[in-house]
Design a protein. Structure first.
Length: 220
C-alpha cells in the first residue's frame, strides 16, 4: 500500500497525497466517494483534485454529467519530478542573478555610521568576522569580561586567531590580566597595564580592517 508520507516526499502536499492515494486504491470514482474515503471537507477535496489535474497526475471522464476521477499513467510521476527539477534550476538561476544585487545593497546599507547588536550569538558573529581580519587587531578594554561571558568559545576564538596568524595588541588594566588567561590568548604584545576601579560592566574596543567594534559585558 502506498503511504501518504511517501507521496509527500516526492512533492505532494498532505491533502493531495490523501486524494491521490484514495484514487490509487479504488480506481475511477466520483468526488463524493473521495470525500467519504478521505473524510476531508468537500471544498478541500475539489481543490486538491484540480491541483492534481494541473500537475498531470490524475484525469477525469464525464459519465452522465458526473465527473469520474482516476490516476493518470504512473509514468506521469516521472514528468512531475522532472518539472520540479526544472523549477529548482530556474530558482538557482534566479538566485545567482539576485546574489550580487543583494550583496551590493547590503554593502551600501552597511556604510551607515553604526550598527547595534545584542546577545551572545551576535557577539560571536562579530568575533568570527574578526578571525578573517587582514590587519593586526588592536584592543582596548576595561576588564576581562569577554572570558567570563563567552567561556569555552573565548579560547576557541584565540585558537582561530593563531591558526590564521592574526597578530593583536592589547591595552587592559593590570589587575584584570591574570596569567592563567594570558596562556590562552593570542595577543602578541601588551602595550600597557593600567590600574582600574570596580565597574558594573566591562567595555572593549576592537579595531581591525579600519572597523571599530565597541563591546559591552556585564560584570556579574
Amino acid at each position: 500500500m502506498i503511504q501518504i508520507q511517501e507521496l509527500q516526499e516526492i512533492g505532494l502536499t498532505k491533502n493531495e497525497a490523501k486524494v491521490y492515494s484514495v484514487l490509487i486504491g479504488i480506481g475511477s470514482t466520483t468526488a463524493g466517494e473521495v470525500i467519504k474515503k478521505t473524510k476531508l471537507h468537500r471544498n478541500i477535496v475539489y481543490d486538491n483534485l484540480e491541483k492534481l489535474i494541473e500537475k498531470g497526475l490524475i484525469d477525469y471522464v464525464t459519465i452522465k454529467g458526473i465527473k469520474h476521477f482516476e490516476v493518470s499513467s504512473p509514468s506521469e510521476l516521472k514528468d512531475f519530478i522532472q518539472k520540479q527539477k526544472q523549477e529548482i534550476l530556474r530558482k538557482e538561476s534566479l538566485v545567482k542573478e539576485l546574489l550580487p544585487r543583494i550583496e551590493n545593497e547590503i554593502s551600501i546599507e552597511r556604510k551607515q555610521d553604526a550598527s547595534i547588536f545584542k546577545g551572545k550569538r551576535a557577539l560571536k558573529n562579530v568575533l568570527e568576522g574578526i578571525t578573517q581580519s587582514k590587519t593586526e587587531i588592536l584592543v582596548f578594554g576595561t576588564g576581562w569580561g569577554m572570558k567570563e561571558t563567552l567561556k569555552d568559545y573565548y579560547e576557541q576564538w584565540h585558537l582561530k586567531l593563531r591558526q590564521h596568524k592574526i597578530k593583536a595588541r592589547i591595552l587592559l588594566p593590570k589587575t584584570k590580566f591574570p596569567k592563567k588567561q594570558q596562556r590562552h590568548c593570542n595577543f602578541r604584545k601588551v602595550l600597557n597595564r593600567t590600574r582600574s576601579h570596580p565597574a558594573s560592566e566591562y567595555l572593549y574596543n576592537i579595531v581591525h580592517n579600519s572597523v571599530l567594534h565597541a563591546l559591552t559585558f556585564a560584570n556579574k
